[in-house]
Design a protein around this ligand. Structure first.
Ligand code: FNR
Length: 189
């Protein structure tokens, strides 16, 4: 089973993006193992800390390097994506020449109560991803408009059409990982 490092861009206990990540995890079932990284534990990026790196930073880098792929599930915050995601991306991209993300297959999803379902936030995120060396899955895009009851307390998607849409996302992500998982040609410093 493929091991996916999951970054959820919300610290809220009631996060709709965490619910979406759990719902995707349920649909991935036997195909993908989800390994959630707690972004609350990372300090703000500070180059000086590399002299004695915090445990959360070395843990992040080890878990990235052990992962077959990365999934980011992000809210949209003021038409962009949360600083906690940028902070994690920046930490594991360093020290210079030791970018842990390089060559990793990546997919993105996001949930918002609003009608554009994080499209603007994800668009900002996508513009930064090539510099980290990810192999980014472009389609399908998941702009999930969250409504009460759409994901239940067991993280099952209650609406058949939405469930089918997310299942297709999972299936395409599995194919993406299979296809690009061993491709390290895109490794960058
Ligand atoms: C938001 N929210 C929001 N929603 C959106 O669709 N576009 C946006 O630009 C913003 N901007 C924004 C800024 C700030 C500071 C907050 C607190 C909220 C609403 C947001 O989608 C909603 O709070 C979600 O529930 C956040 O996701 P989590 O934390 O529930 O996963």
């Amino acid at each position: 089973m493929k091991n996916v490092l999951v970054l959820v861009g919300s610290l809220s206990q009631a996060s709709i993006n965490r619910s979406l990540a759990k719902a995707i995890e349920n649909l991935a079932d036997t195909q993908l193992h989800f390994n959630y990284f707690d972004l609350a534990g990372l300090p703000h990026y500070n180059n000086d800390l590399w002299d004695n790196p915090p445990g959360a930073v070395t843990d992040l880098k080890h878990r990235v390097e052990a992962a077959d792929a990365v999934l980011i599930v992000t809210p949209e915050i003021n038409r962009s994506y949360p600083a906690i995601i940028k902070n994690a991306l920046d930490w594991a991209s360093r020290p210079y020449g030791q970018n842990s993300w390089a060559g990793k297959p990546l997919a993105i999803a996001g949930a918002s109560p609003g009608a554009i379902g994080t499209a603007a936030g994800q668009n900002h995120l996508r513009t930064t991803l090539p510099v980290y060396g990810f192999v980014v899955m472009g389609q399908p895009e998941v702009y999930f408009q969250f409504k009460a009851g759409l994901i239940d307390e067991r993280f099952e998607v209650t609406d058949e059409q939405s469930r089918g849409f997310l299942q297709n996302f999972v299936d395409k992500f599995v194919e993406w990982i299979d296809h690009h998982g061993e491709d390290r040609a895109l490794r960058v410093a």
